[in-house]
Design a protein around this ligand. Structure first.
Ligand SMILES: [Zn+2]
Length: 310
């Protein structure tokens, strides 16, 4: 009997006009959802999440939010550039300009931009009024002791790979830009690295040659003599072979400590760059740089520059 009573109740419920009620509820829910969307929202939630999870796919110039594009390859700066620290000169860090297969060489891929990526980046910088300054004048530029373009940016290329000469140099010249090339003095002329002729060509094209140690060790592990040798001799060898003063240094692997910074300064360099992604530019021997990754999209590149200099 209980079972029959239950069935009866179901039968009774089924007579309520469920279909029209459902339609009304769905329409109401839809309206609530629509009204809750901010007008500024540019991309569906799933797209932002996908962008944040992996910025790997070659994204077209889409309307994804800049923040999503920046992750995980380049976080927007989280410090505030104090008025006293202006002008701020974004210092961009490059290594290779070449094609690399991401699957077989993920590290090489992340250290490389393609010629097309670099072209698009330089093109955008030029169209938006950015002017390049070499590292030998960045200190004066920041400190107000020398001329400094309103929208100054410094381009740096580490390690002295041959594609700096074959690929980066012609692109820089096309846009009338200069850059600083940090050279490991013992690596000059090795397979895959520029020789003295290529370095002389960079010099003659108005590029700056900076030092990046003698053999690219972790400078924080060396005793004082070893440290002075790596810093001072790299400068002396480059200066002697190229006939120019070498005044800009870059810590190999970004590794430095107070002693390394002090020895670099005592050796007569004007500045030293690190691999710190962000920070104030109030110490010329601890200058942060913005790493330009192989999988950085063009909107991501633009957003990270704009974060420093809107
Ligand atoms: Zn290096």
């Amino acid at each position: 009997m209980q079972y029959l009573a239950w069935l009866f109740r179901i039968e009774y419920l089924m007579r309520i006009p469920l279909l029209p009620l459902t339609i009304v509820l769905v329409v109401l829910a839809g309206l609530v959802l629509l009204m809750s969307q901010p007008e500024t929202r540019l991309a569906p939630v799933w797209a932002i999440a996908a962008g944040a999870a992996a910025d790997t796919a070659a994204e077209p110039a889409s309307n994804l939010s800049g923040v999503a594009e920046l992750q995980p390859t380049a976080a927007a700066p989280t410090f505030t550039i104090a008025e006293g620290n202006r002008p701020y000169v974004p210092i961009l860090m490059y290594h290779y300009v070449r094609y690399v297969d991401k699957g077989s060489d993920p590290l090489g891929f992340s250290l490389s931009v393609t010629p097309e990526q670099l072209t698009a980046q330089l093109d955008w910088l030029q169209r938006n009024g950015y002017e390049t300054v070499r590292m030998d004048v960045v200190g004066a530029c920041i400190g107000g002791a020398g001329p400094c373009p309103a929208r100054a940016v410094a381009l740096t290329f580490d390690d002295g790979y041959m594609d700096a000469y074959t690929t980066a140099l012609p692109l820089l010249q096309r846009y009338g830009f200069t850059a600083t090339f940090y050279i490991v003095s013992d690596f000059v002329g090795r397979p895959g690295y520029m020789g003295w002729n290529e370095l002389a060509a960079l010099r003659d094209a108005g590029m700056e040659i900076g030092a990046h140690s003698v053999s690219h060790p972790d400078l924080t592990t060396l005793d004082l003599n070893g440290l002075r040798d790596q810093v001072g001799r790299s400068r002396d060898v480059l200066a002697a072979n190229l006939g120019i003063p070498i005044v800009s240094f870059c810590y190999p692997g970004g590794k430095f400590n107070d002693t390394v910074a002090a020895v670099t300064q005592e050796s007569g360099f004007l500045s030293a760059t690190t691999t710190m992604q962000e920070g104030p530019q109030n110490d010329l021997f601890r200058l942060p740089r913005l790493r330009i990754y192989g999988d950085m999209s063009q909107p991501g590149f633009e957003a990270s520059i704009r974060a420093y200099m809107p």
